[in-house]
Design a protein around this ligand. Structure first.
Ligand code: GLV
Length: 308
């Protein structure tokens, strides 16, 4: 078994060491030095080069190093083999921390005090009771659920939205197009934790922002392509949206000349809401490499038609 590894944002040696500890005879090849393509039976990837995965005739499984697989499924020449993603409680926990940080920062207007402090200005800002600040969480997968639970635990009234009906203990949920409109209309803070699919692309657009209560907040930690940046900036300029935190961007790293960097209503973070935890994620990869050998069904395989 030879595993092809391609992930430009992470040191391959970290993966090699963890996988080799469990599979001593593992043949781990770092792209582009993959040797004979016929020997590759598994691919461990983030943002594979479109068309590349089709070069391996004996590929049995494509393993995402991350939770999101949009960067793999977007390949028009993707071979017809199972694609598995990382489904890890650590990802949910980290994402929930990010959402909690920004929800509280926005809810308590801490950004105003950052600015006031610079001007040595002793001035108290507005106050809203937590129970009156409705939060909408878009996406109720492993991440969205963790986010919804964390924010509900902080005392926010939370409603989660997903494409198809989902029941979660202690959290109000809505689904479908009508449900989306309802959730957005009541969200003073809207947190996006959706997977990127053809249906969710540009879901954070002018119509969505217009529907939200005036002076609301947006937290995007899904994918950059969920957002129409020009619509967000226009909604911020008009005061419809008060402030936004963006962790993900269509082009990463965010280009130097991108106006999102300098918009006064936007806080940019460099895709740090969560990072794959190699210690726990590698167990899933090792398990799937084992299943590739035995022919058992893979864990965390994605539904390619659905896109997640
Ligand atoms: C990160 O963006 C991930 O998909 O895990």
């Amino acid at each position: 078994m030879a595993v092809m590894y391609k992930c430009d944002v992470r040191n391959p040696e970290e993966w090699r060491v963890l996988l080799a500890a469990a599979i001593p005879d593992l043949d781990f090849r770092v792209w582009p030095d993959v040797g004979n393509p016929e020997e590759i039976t598994a691919a461990l990837v983030w943002e594979p080069v479109p068309g590349d995965l089709a070069r391996y005739p004996n590929l049995g499984v494509i393993l995402s190093v991350a939770a999101g697989v949009d960067n793999i499924l977007s390949d028009p020449d993707l071979p017809d083999v199972p694609v598995c993603r990382i489904v890890d409680e650590y990802t949910g926990m980290f994402m929930a921390e990010y959402a909690a940080y920004y929800a509280l920062r926005f809810h308590r207007h801490m950004y105003l005090y950052d600015e006031n402090r610079r001007q040595k200005l002793w001035r108290k800002g507005p106050r809203t009771e937590t129970q009156d600040r409705h939060v909408g969480v878009l996406g109720l997968g492993n991440v969205g659920r963790a986010v919804a639970a964390k924010l509900a635990g902080l005392g926010f009234p939370v409603t989660g939205w997903s494409r198809s009906p989902t029941v979660i203990d202690g959290i109000a949920t809505a689904s479908g197009t009508d449900g989306f409109a309802e959730v957005v209309a009541q969200s003073a803070i809207l947190v996006n934790a959706l997977p990127l699919t053809d249906e969710t692309r540009h879901i954070l657009n002018a119509a969505t922002f217009a529907r939200m209560p005036k002076g609301s907040f947006v937290i995007n930690m899904g994918r950059g392509e969920h957002l129409v940046p020009a619509d967000l900036m226009a909604s911020l300029d008009s005061g419809q949206v008060e402030r936004a935190a963006l962790d993900v961007f269509e082009h990463e790293p965010l280009p130097q000349d991108d106006p999102l960097w300098s918009h006064p209503g936007i806080e940019v973070t460099p895709h740090i809401a969560a990072a794959t935890n190699l210690r726990t994620a590698s167990r899933q990869v090792i398990e799937n490499l084992r299943r590739l050998e035995t022919g058992e069904p893979f864990i965390n395989a994605v539904d390619r038609a659905r896109g997640y």
